[in-house]
Design a binder for this molecule. Structure first.
Ligand code: NAD
Length: 352
């Protein structure tokens, strides 16, 4: 299996799930900084080193390529590794989340923006620096900003990957290509689904439909979007409004016993939809919906009921802000149970 964006969040969870559910051989691509002398690297680098060590200790094949997945060089390198070491892959998980992308053909650098479209948006958010609930006003995106966001997070790079893999005969008969999307509730629509990032996701979804036809035609394969639930990742924490929504959502879903982290979502993705022998259950727009529990009417009715009443004073009782904060810190290795933070650590780690 090929995982693009394999070092953190949904991509890492997909890689772990496929390895230990199906003994999958995985090739992971990510963009992380290794530790250097006395300077620590980025969290995703150490996540990958830990994954690699555990996978190898149980004799699972794990290949890691650190670099820009948007580049033609990385596509060629990945294909060379697949051909030499794996033959073909039967699944591609596309889980890249990035602020910028350089178009490999034109050299244009696209930047993504998180803004509403058409009108400015004023809404509630958490100011993470001083832990207060405040209002933010975000001006509408310019046409250039919409174009830039589509350039980074839209479907163009997925198309280039799929075409390159097909061209090189690196996809096995019946292979599945699965990119991720998000829809979310009304309260985040102005900033997410109806905003610049939503436009990019629509483009990704349209591209996936076209690639589905191509894959069916060429290798009896399939491309389908998986719409995942909101979770705490580096990418989602950077979106205004989302950390407050996630804090509230986590409290409600935990209380009702339906809470899921990325690993639970990815286990469900493989077991119920794309794992060996599974046929994905799709909505009317051909998407897998792992956000079904998040968007369940009773959960969202509770979100709507409480949203307007959240203030700085009741933030910790009405929402799971403390859980959000811990989850965010854990992305970087802090507040992890069982770790002795007094112990000396090695900043260099191996992913080979
Ligand atoms: P994340 O920030 O945890 O992971 C992003 C991954 O992309 C990392 O492995 C990073 O190294 C890699 N990456 C970034 N730029 C790269 C580049 N140029 N070359 C190679 N690798 C690069 O993000 P995430 O939240 O797990 O998001 C992954 C996907 O899931 C996105 O499509 C996102 O929209 C989607 N999604 C996220 C959520 C959520 O709540 N987090 C919900 C639904 C869908």
């Amino acid at each position: 299996m090929l995982v693009l964006g394999a070092s953190t969040g949904y991509g890492l969870a997909a890689r772990i799930a496929a390895t230990w559910l199906y003994n999958a051989e995985t090739l992971g691509v990510f963009f992380e900084r290794p530790g250097d002398g006395t300077k620590t690297g980025t969290a995703g680098f150490y996540n990958t080193a830990a994954f690699h060590r555990l996978a190898k200790s149980e004799n699972f094949k794990s290949i890691n390529l650190n670099g820009d997945a948007f580049s033609s060089t990385m596509k060629a390198e990945v294909i060379a590794h697949i051909k030499a070491k794996m033959g073909q892959v039967d699944a591609v998980i596309y889980s890249l989340a990035a602020p910028r992308r350089t178009d490999p053909h034109t050299g244009e650098v696209y930047s993504s923006t998180l803004k509403p479209i058409g009108a400015s948006y004023t809404g509630k958010t958490i100011d993470l620096n001083n832990e207060t609930v405040t209002e933010i006003t975000i001006p509408p995106a310019t046409a250039e900003e919409i174009r830039g966001t589509i350039g980074v997070m839209g479907g163009d790079d997925l198309r280039l990957w799929t075409e390159a893999l097909l061209e090189a005969d690196a996809l096995a008969e019946g292979a599945r290509v699965v990119p991720f999307s998000y829809i979310g509730p009304e309260v985040t629509h102005p900033i997410y689904r109806s905003g610049t990032i939503g436009k990019a996701k629509e483009d990704l979804e349209r591209t996936t439909e076209k690639l589905n036809v191509l894959l069916q035609d060429r290798i009896g394969g399939r491309a389908c979007i998986s719409v995942n639930k909101a979770v705490i990742t580096q990418a989602s924490s950077a979106i205004p409004v989302v950390p407050l929504y996630v804090s509230l959502l986590y409290r409600i879903m935990k209380e009702r016993g339906v809470h899921e982290e990325p690993i639970h979502q990815m286990v469900r993705l493989f077991r119920e939809h794309i794992g060996p022998g599974q046929t994905p259950t799709l909505d009317e727009e051909n998407r897998i919906r792992l956000d079904d529990r998040e968007l369940a009417p009773d959960i969202q009715a509770e979100v709507s009921r409480l949203w307007d009443t959240i203030t700085t004073d009741n933030l910790r009782t009405l929402t799971d802000y403390d859980g959000f904060k811990r989850g965010f810190r854990q992305l970087f290795g802090f507040e992890v149970e069982g770790v002795n933070y007094e112990e000396e650590v090695e900043v260099e780690a191996s992913i080979d």
